[in-house]
Design a protein around this ligand. Structure first.
Ligand code: NAP
Length: 484
């Protein structure tokens, strides 16, 4: 255990938030180790490599504020380019030497003075702080469909793509019409021999044109960093003050406008009235995560493609049997069925003060004081953890603000104002109560099934305005933490 003047940090995960933490701690001259279970950085962009993968958040917003990128090829850049961006940042800031790859953390235990971290290989080390940067969309969710193991073709989850499997001319079935399933449809419907998209719920599809940046535009961004910064700020303000605040009220006119735009797009782009009705959602736009796509309706009308809305009965050796008795014969089934979003750091064993287990504390559902800390777990800090903004604010901006907030707590501990940074039970319960109430008014609670909802059907994400998030993250309220 080191002196308080030189704390040691364990960062778990080398995705967007983990790289951010490493870069910032290095700038502060602090000692840290990043633990990454995989062989390289990148998180979700390393794990998701499905055909058609892109980020539908504008690229000039989807980057660190300290590392704007003049070279994005598109307004919504492909996944491989985003992966290269994160690898590039990790290399440029030379944080790789402090990263341990290919060895998952299996245990974090508070010793009374600090955290002992143990990995799968048996490696152990001691730290003063833990930063859990383990991500949300991380554990693939396999659907509860009978016969998954009976299929004799190839079957995998969208986040576990096997690139050795042939696609051209194949009979491909995709289950799920979230952002992943829709992007896969755009890429594969034209290449397949036959493409079947199994839809359980129709989506609101927002038609945003894909814009390619020309070499001249990129050169302009390179030579004019102020213009790049201006664009980043403009996108940030538009997103947070528009969409980010509108989600707080399910009745907001903002969503009337989105519904009108999507409906017009549907009416104008889908010729067959029967298909059009199958694609028409019957719930409030943005209740589920909006699907952004300029080509989904074209793709699903491709001569090879079919939208299947009959319920899946089971999977058989040669394909998918729907409830109307029809067997859809397939060579490949892709499960674009989403993620277990309530796992966070788990299945690690995380043991806090007095031997309490995080699994016990979270046995009903995960929650966190201001989305960053849990009573009983001193100096244990989460980035994009439970109740964090997700989908409503930029994940990267959120992580940056959460990191800055944590550094103020680190300072409070180093200066002796706090013995350790751990929210009181009272503060956590107060936040949880207020958060739960506010969540009930949001658009996510307007009546649909989605991964935003917890086991009670209450949205788990940050349900307050962006301004409140900024205020809360500006200065920790030390009275909400256990005193020195
Ligand atoms: P998802 O949004 O959770 O969608 C899962 C899909 O699978 C839904 O259509 C769901 O139907 C369907 N499904 C699940 N179980 C099923 C079953 N047993 N039978 C039939 N259908 C079933 O997952 P995702 O598409 O991977 O996206 C997850 C999140 O990742 C997104 O919301 C987004 O935040 C992020 N993402 C972002 C981008 C981007 O461009 N920024 C791209 C991809 C993903 P129901 O709708 O009926 O539940």
């Amino acid at each position: 255990m080191q002196a308080k003047s030189s704390p040691r940090f364990a960062i778990i995960g080398a995705g967007m938030s983990g790289i951010l933490s490493a870069v910032r701690l290095k700038e502060e001259g602090l000692d840290f180790t990043v633990f990454e279970k995989a062989e390289k950085v990148g998180g979700t962009w390393r794990e998701n490599t499905y055909p058609g993968i892109a980020c539908d958040v504008p690229s000039h917003l989807y980057c660190y504020s300290f590392e704007l990128n003049p070279d994005w090829s598109y307004a919504a850049s492909p996944g491989a380019e985003i992966q290269a961006y994160f690898e590039g940042v990790a290399n440029r800031y030379e944080v790789g030497d402090s990263m341990r790859f290919g060895d998952p953390v299996v245990r974090c235990e508070w010793t009374g003075e600090g955290w002992e971290i143990e990995t799968g290989s048996g490696y152990k080390d001691q730290f003063d702080w833990v930063i859990a940067a383990t991500g949300i969309l991380h554990h693939p969710k396999y659907p509860d469909i009978e016969g998954l193991e009976d299929f004799e073709g190839t079957i995998f989850h969208s986040a576990r793509w096997d690139h050795s499997v042939p696609l051209d001319g194949q009979r491909i079935g995709v289950i799920g019409t979230g952002s992943s399933g829709v992007q896969i449809t755009g890429a594969l419907a034209p290449r397949s021999g036959k493409f079947s998209l199994f839809q359980r719920t129709a989506q609101w599809v927002v038609p945003v044109e894909q814009i390619a940046y020309s070499e001249e535009q990129r050169a302009e961004f390179r030579s004019n960093p102020e213009a790049l910064l201006e664009l980043h700020k403009e996108l940030d303000t538009t997103f947070h003050e528009g969409f980010g605040n509108a989600v707080l009220d399910g009745k907001s006119e903002f969503f009337d406008t989105i519904e009108a735009t999507c409906t017009e797009h549907l009416e104008n782009h889908v010729a067959d009235p029967e298909l059009r009705e199958k694609l028409r959602p019957d719930y409030r736009a943005a209740c589920k995560r909006l699907v952004i796509s300029h080509d989904f309706f074209d793709s699903i009308q491709h001569p090879n493609a079919e939208l299947v809305t009959e319920k899946i009965e089971r999977i058989e050796a040669s394909g998918i049997r729907t409830e109307d008795g029809r067997l859809h014969e397939l060579d490949l089934i892709v499960l674009a069925t989403g993620f277990h979003v309530d796992q966070f750091m788990r299945p690690m064993t995380i043991r806090g003060r007095d031997g309490i287990l995080l699994d016990e504390v979270w046995k009903e559902r995960p929650s966190a004081y201001l989305a960053v800390g849990v009573p009983g777990f001193p100096n244990f800090f989460m980035l994009n953890g439970p109740n964090s903004p997700v989908g409503n604010f930029s994940l990267i901006r959120t992580a940056e603000m959460q990191f800055d907030y944590m550094m103020k707590l680190v300072e409070a501990v180093r200066s002796g104002k706090l013995a350790s940074a751990m929210p009181t039970q009272q503060a956590a319960s107060r936040f949880e109560e207020e958060r739960t109430e506010a969540a009930k008014n949001t658009v996510w609670a307007s009546g649909c099934r989605s991964w935003y909802l917890d086991d009670r059907g209450i949205p788990a994400a940050w349900p307050f305005p962006f301004s409140r998030f900024c205020d809360e993250m500006t200065e920790p309220k030390l009275e909400d933490f256990e005193a020195a």
